[in-house]
Ligand binder design. Sequence first.
Ligand code: HEM
Ligand code: CU
Length: 445
Amino acid sequence: ISVGDEMIAELTAPPFVPKPVGDRPAKKLIVNMEIKEIEGEMADGVKYVYWTFGGSVPGSFIRTRVGDEVEFTLKNHPDNKLPHNIDLHAVTGPGGGASSSLVAPGHEKTFNFKCINPGLYVYHCATAPVGMHIANGMYGLILVEPEGGLPPVDKEYYVMQGDFYTKGKYGEPGMQPFDMTKAVDEHADYVVFNGKVGALTGEGALTAKVGETVRIYMGNGGPNLVSSFHVIGEIFDKVHIEGGDMINENVQTTLIPAGGSAIVEFKVDVPGTFILVDHSIFRAFNKGALGMLKVEGADNAKIYSGTTQEGIYHPEGGTIQNMPKTGNGKEVVVNKTLDQQIADGKNIYGRTCFACHQSEGQGIPAAFPPLAKSDYLNADPNRAINAVLHGLSGEITVNGKKYNSVMTSQNLTDQEISDVLTYIYNSWGNNKTKVTPEMVKTQRA
Ligand code: HEM
Ligand code: CU
């Protein structure tokens, strides 16, 4: 809403951002930010009490331009338990506003500042213990656009990384209190985008169409860890390094300091699912720092062909005849005991399935379905055999949750497939089916 030289700022929850400033003149911009302490889900079944700016982690996105005079009112909801304040890195002044904004529950405070420097800035709570307030989710981004605004793009998104420290280890269910010792030691249980595991996967995935330009306002709230931000299968055409004026081009991975940011831009040329990660890669696959950008549109084989040929590779040359190890089901079948199958299957699992379905078959929420106590798995061994043999795609429901992704076919022999599935069926509360190589052979035909 704009009245003369005054306007009320539009605030948005992630992954969305307010309208660009375009060529509007500098104004008096009124920002109303409400602090809420709320219970949320860190991961499936894992509850956490977040402290938030505006009800989301990261907090509401604020979009301003150089020359704006911001009248900032911070409101601490009466249901909250603690005092809070705000330090905006876009502010030139003591504490970035923190010293003027400390508010008790049921109070509000107003202060004013002028946006002097363009850039993408982090804001955060700076109430003692500062680390704890940040670790509980009290951070967000404020963009100060240059005169005339940033160049237009087709899609803009707001993503922010944060590390979390819980009493229980990763995935341990129930309400998880903050763990100060782990936080001090920098032993994060969760490293996530937008406040929780799976915020940007499944239904939450970012989207774009082939040919569009995408800009991500990427922040890092910390409190501790530096992010090596990367999008698998994309190259950043442009990166505003650390959210400032300097633009680097053709970047694979960009560092985002704790309490810092970057603006990354790229054109999407081919369809597919592009995975956002912190390339400190265990964080991505074991602590939650994984998001998705789903791109729809026509293939472009000139840019990416897909597999054009697949065959048997004989390093010894074509004359030496070996039993083919994979693929055609003609391998020698030995009669293994159940225990042998489980032991061998466990090895195969650790090499093959574990990367996606995880060490205890727990999967990754909204990305990879669980194999532990999976109703989908237990209902029909032939269906499971087929998933491994031929791959699986399209929407499926596992334990009441929808997945709509792609599992590639696994290049394993009948014996290997029967072993790995027997291991899975005899682990993690599944129904103890023994899968034989013959069962796999039947499905292969
Ligand atoms: C689905 C087994 C490897 C990604 C499934 C399902 C089974 C299964 C039984 C059906 C759903 C369920 O019961 O939870 C296996 C086995 C593997 C393996 C035995 C190793 C031999 C992988 C790998 C990936 C993967 C390496 C990731 C690259 C997926 C995905 C789905 C799925 C995304 C859901 C597909 C959809 O949404 O339609 N898997 N999997 N799997 N798997 Fe795997
Ligand atoms: Cu606070």
